[in-house]
Design a protein around this ligand. Structure first.
Ligand SMILES: NC(=O)C1=CN([C@@H]2O[C@H](COP(=O)(O)OP(=O)(O)OC[C@H]3O[C@@H](n4cnc5c(N)ncnc54)[C@H](O)[C@@H]3O)[C@@H](O)[C@H]2O)C=CC1
Ligand SMILES: C[N+](C)(C)CC(=O)CC(=O)[O-]
Length: 321
């Protein structure tokens, strides 16, 4: 089985937060992009989002021929996918919607064009159930902002060909990403399972009046958040065990896992909790607009990515090591 891995035309279905991020990444990599989104006014919103991200992408370095003008917005699913070499769906997270959409996308697509879904947690065996040529269908779960963060989790369904996983790795790598194959099809995959555990505990802390949303964000951004950009929890805790390493760490801190530090089940999403979270984050946002905050986030991420890259190079490591 062979799949297209030399991509000239990238199709994006759904152009919200994530779909627009894919479009920006693909355009910055010098591809032609065809996009479709059924919402009224979606094209204008998409072009505005791309324009907001473009200065960051220019700073990072555009591929030869990269241009915002190479985006074509079309009015049907079929027009969007029929000539595409690679297809990425970023539609709302609803099983019924994705099932229907993928049966239409896959019927109109070239049979050897890979199809990726941005889903954060739906299972590909379920929503690719009625797809044509399901052997080329995968999840390609990205992280926001898609045009800067390299991680993409690749998850196959029970019908995905192993060659399609390898081909998807090739395509996403060519788009400047760092693919991670999630070998078991589990809800939340790897990354969201971790992020959700943190998010759930954060909501408990707000709900219990222990901390405000700003204080919790401070606890992340001045501590573990800084080291997470270059070292994961397992290696970090190996260092926390001193010269004796992880075995000593487990002996010293393992028993704390039995203490009631975490709640595990999520708190009930009462109106009170929702208000506390919305009010807390509005205060954190202050007078800044969402696009100003996006530009600020992008500048910080560029600086962190550059610093990590330079430092890894000093240690003889590639960025993806
Ligand atoms: N927002 C996030 O942080 C992340 C979201 N994802 C995943 O990306 C996907 C999209 O999420 P967002 O971009 O956040 O949502 P969004 O709400 O920002 O965008 C969804 C877009 O899909 C469009 N849409 C509505 N019906 C559609 C249909 N039938 N076909 C195609 N498009 C349709 C909407 O008009 C909207 O523009 C979801 O599967 C989500 O789980 C993945 C990673 C992160
Ligand atoms: C909130 N979310 C589950 C949609 C988040 C993601 O899937 C990844 C991210 O960008 O944090």
């Amino acid at each position: 089985m062979s799949f297209i891995t030399e991509i000239k035309t990238f199709a994006a279905l759904g152009s919200g937060v994530i779909g627009s991020g894919w479009v920006a990444r693909a355009l910055a990599h010098g591809l032609d992009v065809v996009a479709w989104d059924p919402a009224p006014g979606a094209e204008a919103v998409l072009r505005k989002r791309i324009a907001n991200a473009w200065p960051t992408l220019e700073q990072q370095g555009l591929a030869a021929g990269a241009s915002q003008q190479r985006l074509r917005f079309v009015s049907t699913i079929e027009e969007c996918v029929c000539d595409a070499d690679f297809i990425q769906e970023s539609a709302p997270e609803r099983l019924d919607l994705k099932l229907d959409l993928h049966s239409k996308i896959s019927a109109a697509a070239k049979p050897n064009a890979l199809i990726g879904s941005s889903t954060s947690g739906l299972l590909p065996s379920e929503f690719y159930e009625s797809s044509t040529h399901p052997e080329r269908c995968v999840v390609g779960h990205p992280f926001n902002p898609v045009y800067l963060l390299p991680l993409v989790e690749i998850v196959g369904s029970n019908k995905t060909a192993p060659e399609a996983i390898e081909a998807a790795k090739t395509v996403y790598t060519a788009l400047g990403m760092r693919p991670l194959h999630v070998r078991k099809e589990v809800p939340g995959f790897i990354a969201d399972r971790l992020l959700e555990a943190l998010w759930r505990e954060a909501l408990h802390l707000v709900n219990d009046g222990v901390a405000t949303t700003g204080e919790i964000d401070d606890a992340i951004r001045f501590g573990a958040g800084l080291r997470w950009s270059f070292m994961g929890t397992f290696l970090t805790y190996t260092l926390a065990g001193g010269d004796a390493g992880m075995r000593h760490f487990m002996a010293q801190f393992g028993p704390a896992l039995q203490l009631p530090w975490t709640y595990l089940p999520a708190p009930e999403l009462t109106e009170g909790l929702i208000d506390a979270v919305v009010e807390g984050t509005s205060e954190q946002l202050g007078e800044r607009s969402i696009s100003a905050l996006e530009r600020y986030r992008d500048d910080c991420l560029l600086a962190v990515l550059e610093a990590v890259k330079t430092t890894k190079a000093k240690h003889g490591m590639a960025f993806s090591d």
